[in-house]
Write a protein that binds this ligand. Structure first.
Ligand code: HEC
Length: 141
């Protein structure tokens, strides 16, 4: 299914930009909760969760691909034209396990107005799904 997306994307990996640690601190600060959970994610559990809770949108063109998401600037999939202004406003940040954890805990807190409304309350489940998406290969260009 990811293959269907491949044609839509440009060479997004080339667009990875360096971000200052300060920008992570800026986003983490207003969210009172600690950004990093001291949990080890189980990619197999994450794969199951992804298949039922994420894939329906993220494997098709209504959501950006999550292949290669770690290290990628926020809202930067070239072939995806449906990003909200809210998420695009965070484009100076990159997706790391930490920013993904903050986002998945409360997408609306991270980027008020985002179209991604799926929140994951359970910290272990967040760790699992992040561990899984970290195993996805980068998109083919
Ligand atoms: C109902 C459809 C839907 C579901 C289900 C969904 N998402 Fe999303 N997701 C979106 C949309 C739409 C966006 C773009 C949001 C925006 O631009 O505000 C998005 C954006 C994202 C982004 C940012 C990607 C980028 O390129 O910056 C991540 C990370 C993400 N989702 C992870 C997940 C995970 C993990 C799950 C499962 C727990 C999930 N999403 C479930 C629709 C969905």
């Amino acid at each position: 299914m990811e293959r269907e997306m491949a044609g839509l994307r440009g060479c997004i990996m080339a667009a990875v930009i360096a971000i200052a640690p300060a920008s992570i601190a800026q986003v983490a600060q207003p969210l009172a909760a600690p950004p990093v959970e001291a949990l080890t994610g189980d990619p197999d559990a994450g794969a199951e969760f992804y298949a039922t809770e994420c894939k329906g949108c993220h494997a098709v063109s209504i959501a950006p691909t999550l292949r290669g998401v770690i290290g990628r600037p926020v809202a930067s999939v070239a072939g995806f034209s449906g990003y909200s202004e809210a998420l695009k406003a965070k484009a100076a940040l990159a997706w790391t396990p930490e920013t993904l954890d903050i986002f998945l805990k409360g997408p609306m807190d991270f980027a008020p107005g985002t179209l991604m409304t799926k929140a994951i309350e359970d910290a272990q489940v967040r760790a699992d799904v992040i561990a899984y998406i970290a195993t996805l290969p980068p998109p083919r260009s």
